[in-house]
Design a protein around this ligand. Structure first.
Ligand code: ZN
Length: 111
């Protein structure tokens, strides 16, 4: 989608510290980390909200979760990690392209 920062990263038009890529998604380091390890998993297909899931996107998000789990050790997250999906502006979704925050590398608080 035009003017979407994550679509531009997917297309290679903007730089990112990529740590993983496959046909479904890319994973790169968040530029404003809130944990020692803070990655973003971004589907290559543009959509904003989980409420926009259809059969294809449901399968896509499922594969993303599986691959995050199987690659967690490679991401340095053998001891555990947290996934966050912000939905909508009030929740802090700053980019209108679905993305999964992957946090870890330290003991995470809960507040
Ligand atoms: Zn996009």
């Amino acid at each position: 989608m035009e003017n979407c920062i994550f679509c531009k990263i997917v297309a290679g038009q903007l730089p990112a510290s990529k740590v993983y890529e496959d046909d479904d998604m890319i994973v790169f380091k968040d530029i404003r980390p809130i944990a020692k390890i803070h990655l973003l998993a971004v589907p290559k297909q543009h959509f904003k909200l989980l409420s926009e899931l259809n059969e294809e996107r449901r399968a896509l998000v499922g594969r993303m979760l599986e691959k995050i789990a199987s690659n967690a050790p490679a991401f340095g997250l053998s001891e555990g990690y947290r996934l966050i999906i912000n939905q909508g502006e009030e929740a802090g979704q700053s980019v209108p392209h679905l993305h999964i925050h992957i946090l870890g590398g330290q003991k995470l608080g809960w507040e």
